[in-house]
Design a protein around this ligand. Structure first.
Ligand code: FDA
Length: 303
């Protein structure tokens, strides 16, 4: 059923007016400006939630653009500090330069990281598709800073080796992985990904590595809590992370009531349209989620 709906939407996607798509995107995107995104972070903080901001965009081809994005991240750090917000940054390597050269990526990442260190903030390298896994992990390891973390994806077969090779002072966000990867390198079955997720989480805990448990899956969240209890993991060794706009209020409230730390990933930026369309084309599953959430809202309104 979803496959048919997906195919129809994919066909009509190019002719849907931008204004209509904006209505749906608004739920998941925190505006187009720094000011708008910070206002949302403030609201989240007021509700005892931490945040991480991402400027939407990827695969920057032009050096001036990559430098401008870098400056915007630096401006964000200044504003987070000025407004005393509980918020760090999430950055896609290809957004700040990997498509131009590894040197440009390194240079820009270091500029942002230095600013973060001075301002007592933290940068997380988001993980993109598998063409960028090596450069992202190698750069992360070579910098070796407590103010820098990275994302690892449970769908990749290589992730277990990557974790085994990490130092204990690493800081990892563990997610399932969003890109459409080749079955030779990635697990395709959702239950098997969940299984691997828990196995990797256990290994991260064993290695005493700080983990951002990034998932909306109720099953994974409760299994993670079981594991935390079983292994007697300290509450300052992990946090839960979710994407802005995904309707998780009930679960978030339960987590907060039980004194777990929860961080919301807040994406914003002028390129929201191009970014959303490209990501939907790459992975129509995102549409499945959006449709499911809309149907749930309609169902709740009717009950
Ligand atoms: P699952 O796919 O089983 O989803 C559970 C339920 O959550 C769905 O049924 C749906 O209701 C809801 N849901 C999930 N994703 C949704 C969405 N986008 N919109 C609306 N509803 C949604 N991936 C990656 O490759 N690199 C990265 O750097 C990151 N970073 C990242 C940060 C954070 C904070 C999160 C939460 C996720 C990521 N991801 C990511 C995405 C991640 O890899 C994964 O694809 C999605 O989170 C979906 O998987 P779940 O674990 O949520 O479970």
């Amino acid at each position: 059923m979803f496959k048919i709906i997906n195919s129809i939407i994919m066909l009509v996607l190019p002719i849907i007016p931008k204004s209509l798509i904006k209505i749906f995107a608004r739920q998941y995107v925190a505006g187009t400006t720094i000011k708008e995104s910070l206002a949302i972070v403030k609201k989240l903080n007021d509700n005892n939630l931490y945040a991480t901001i991402d400027i939407l965009g990827e695969h920057t081809k032009n050096i001036n653009e990559a430098n401008e994005i870098t400056s915007n991240y630096i401006r964000l750090i200044e504003n987070i500090k000025k407004n005393n917000l509980k918020c760090n940054l999430s950055i896609k390597p290809s957004h700040i330069g990997t498509d131009i050269s590894n040197d440009i990526f390194n240079e820009n990442l270091n500029k942002i990281l230095n600013k973060a260190m001075v301002n007592n903030n933290f940068i997380r390298i988001d993980m993109e598709d598998s063409t960028l896994t090596d450069i992202s992990i190698n750069t992360y390891k070579s910098i070796n800073s407590q103010s820098l973390g990275i994302v690892l994806q449970a769908y990749l077969y290589r992730t277990i080796r990557d974790i085994k090779n990490l130092k204990n002072n690493s800081n990892i966000r563990l997610c399932k992985g969003i890109y459409n990867e080749d079955p030779n390198i990635a697990i395709k079955n959702n239950d098997k990904i969940d299984e691997n997720y828990l196995k990797l989480l256990k290994l991260l805990f064993k290695k005493q590595i700080y983990v951002g448990i990034a998932t909306h899956s109720e099953k994974l969240i409760s299994k993670s809590i079981e594991l935390i209890n079983e292994m007697n993991i300290n509450r300052d060794s992990f946090e839960f992370q979710m994407l802005y706009g995904v309707p998780m209020e009930k679960t978030i409230n339960i987590l907060l009531e039980n004194n777990y730390k929860v961080r919301i990933y807040v994406p914003f930026g002028p390129l929201w349209y191009e970014y959303s369309i490209r990501r939907i084309k790459e992975n129509p599953n995102i549409l499945k989620y959006v449709i499911k959430n809309i149907l749930n809202k309609i169902k709740e309104a009717l009950l």
